[in-house]
Design a protein around this ligand. Structure first.
Ligand code: TEU
Length: 574
């Protein structure tokens, strides 16, 4: 069994985790100061979002030096101290690898843009204006692709009269992976971090690195009307023609000669489980697991801002597809991260009456599926979306660009702000709430983004000492994963797929079976499944003080989670 199949990963978004020097931004020493929080939780791996030198245009996902630490977060010595402290506590470290694109302030790009004949010109995607068009004129971009952060995916460079590709912000030019010198430089850099003690990588939008080199236009039928005729270029760079080749080359090159191969987690937007199976099939030697988006795209229409009501039946079906559709491959399991709204607000119920129960129900559902669970900082506390009421409160480039574009198109500011309060990435980026005190104990200074005012009710200090807290429920769930092989190795069967309130499934390994049931509503509900076989079992997890069925069917209370274990030969357990 590979170690990461029964591991739990904790994601740290460093700028919002803990600030040790009072500058209002989280840093590496702040993380070292809270390792006890991680060891108490029982996590096995930390995924650290970028801490490399960066202009911070996209909060560090625009890297200007891949082999150093931004002074904002500390130094390489601080990094070495963190690695040592984590390893001393039995926790591995996975770095965020952002190599689909660099910052436009990276030396590689400065060289590349210096001249059409620069040695590194071909390290990025440079193209002339569309044939017959005036360079720099609207619509003269080489393709009609839209950037994920608004506007065209091509930026005109006056100095050399050509355009460069940027799928994200114009300060994030795409690296040209067709160039073996680019790939070699990246692999060297990866080995440098592994030699420094890093245990693996979470690879940012890694399924975008291979483009269709003919650079065709996107299908204008799917153009976003708010984006002036720009279209989705995704079919021409999502899982492109050489992706599998590049990933195998990366794993072979970077892992060569290492007794323990590095953990390779691929962030792979817009893939389905069939692509996920290919990417994570151990025989193919590409990725160990994918971080896919199918379930977090279900409440979006044409764009993430086009809100769509989430249907529990679709959510259950999506998880089930990934449970049984990966063959020998492997999946991450997550509710949220630094790009997604807070889990308890999106999938749970953050009304004070139900927040605690629903956060625990979500934890039990996610962590008892087959895969490697990820806990995003603050999720273990039941932190919620943030009630920002002005655009000036937001910091995320994606949110601010969206607001600006919507205002330019004449949209109603309050309607757009309402959408931001539901979907903005800033919901996940407010400071971790350590105490009920000033700035939630995150900083002694002024935080880079406001602390959620509900930190007086939701904070780590209160929860660490409360045995019935969400934090301590996460501890129980994580401990169950470490103790019971059914959780990691058991098969998966979805029950009552058409029930609009209840999520129920079984996990079975040999003659031991778990039944996981949760009521995701504020009503009492009775799931249409036979409880009789479970009466002789034992309750292994519940978010209510007294859980457990009487003979026959029984009722689940609002947001009740109940996990039962039994022997399939019906001998009594326990
Ligand atoms: O995110 C990739 C990605 O697909 C996101 O842009 C996602 O589609 C969007 O955030 C949903 O609103 C990765 C990083 O996680 C993200 O923070 C970066 O902004 C992005 O890549 C560019 O590096």
């Amino acid at each position: 069994m590979t170690w990461w199949r029964n591991a739990v990963v904790y994601q740290i978004y460093p700028r919002s985790f803990a600030d040790s020097n009072g500058d209002g931004v989280g840093d590496l020493r702040g993380i070292v100061g809270h390792i006890d929080h991680l060891t108490a939780l029982g996590v096995d791996v930390v995924w650290l979002s970028p801490v490399y030198p960066s202009p911070q245009d996209d909060n560090g996902y625009d890297v200007s030096d891949y082999q150093d630490i931004d002074p904002l977060f500390g130094s390489l010595d601080d990094f070495d101290t963190l690695v040592e402290a984590l390893h001393h506590n039995g926790i591995r470290l996975v770095m965020d690898l952002v190599v689909n694109h660099s910052s436009d302030e990276h030396q590689w790009f400065l060289d590349s843009r210096s001249s059409r004949y620069a040695p590194r010109r071909d390290w990025y995607w440079w193209r002339p204006a569309r044939a017959g068009m005036t360079p720099g004129a609207p619509g003269a971009e080489p393709t009609n692709w839209a950037s994920y952060f608004g506007g065209p995916a091509w930026e005109f460079d006056e100095a050399t009269g050509e355009y460069y590709l940027h799928l994200f912000s114009r300060k994030q030019p795409d690296l040209n992976w067709e160039n073996p010198a680019v790939r070699g430089a990246i692999y060297d850099m990866m080995r440098w971090w592994l030699d420094r003690g890093v245990d693996g990588f979470r690879m940012d939008v890694i399924n975008m690195i291979s483009k269709d080199t003919s650079l065709p236009d996107g299908d204008a039928r799917f153009a976003n009307p708010a984006e002036h005729g720009l279209a989705d270029g995704g079919p021409h760079f999502i899982c492109g023609p050489r992706l599998h080749e590049f990933l195998r080359e990366m794993r072979d090159t970077v892992g060569e000669g290492r007794p323990t191969p590095p953990l390779m987690i691929g962030e792979t937007p817009a893939i389905d489980h069939e692509q996920g199976r290919l990417l994570t099939d151990p025989v193919r030697g590409e990725l160990d697991m994918v971080f896919q988006f199918e379930h977090v795209d279900l409440d979006s229409g044409h764009t993430k801002w086009d809100l769509r009501t989430l249907d529990l039946r679709e959510l259950k079906a999506s998880f089930a597809r990934w449970q049984n559709g990966l063959g020998d491959g492997w999946n991450s399991l997550y509710w949220d991260n630094h790009d997604q709204p807070r889990a308890v607000s999106r999938f749970g119920d953050d009304d004070p009456e139900y927040r605690d129960l629903s956060a625990k129900a979500l934890a039990g559902i996610l962590h008892l599926h087959r895969g490697t669970p990820f806990v995003y900082q603050g999720e273990e506390l039941g932190m919620t979306n943030v009630p920002f009421d002005r655009i000036e409160d937001f910091r995320d480039i994606e949110s601010v660009n969206y607001y600006r574009g919507a205002m330019a198109a004449g949209a109603d500011p309050q309607a757009v702000l309402a959408g931001l309060r539901i979907k903005s990435r800033d919901n996940a980026r407010t400071p971790v709430q350590w105490t009920d005190g000033l700035q939630a104990g995150f900083t002694s200074g002024t935080p880079w983004i406001s602390v959620n005012p509900n930190h007086q009710e939701i904070n780590a200090a209160d929860q660490r000492s409360n045995p019935d807290s969400i934090f301590n429920f996460y501890r129980q769930v994580i401990a169950l994963r470490h103790a019971d092989p059914v959780v990691v190795e058991g098969d998966f069967t979805l029950l009552v797929p058409d029930d609009e309130d209840v999520w129920a499934f079984t996990r079975r390994l040999g003659d031991v079976e778990l039944l996981v049931m949760a009521n995701l509503s504020r009503r009492n509900v009775t799931p249409a499944l036979d409880q009789t076989p479970w009466v002789r079992g034992e309750t292994v997890l519940s978010n209510y003080p007294s859980g457990g069925p009487s003979a026959g069917a029984f009722t689940l209370r609002p947001w009740e989670l109940l996990v039962r274990r039994r022997r399939c030969d019906d001998t009594v357990i326990g």
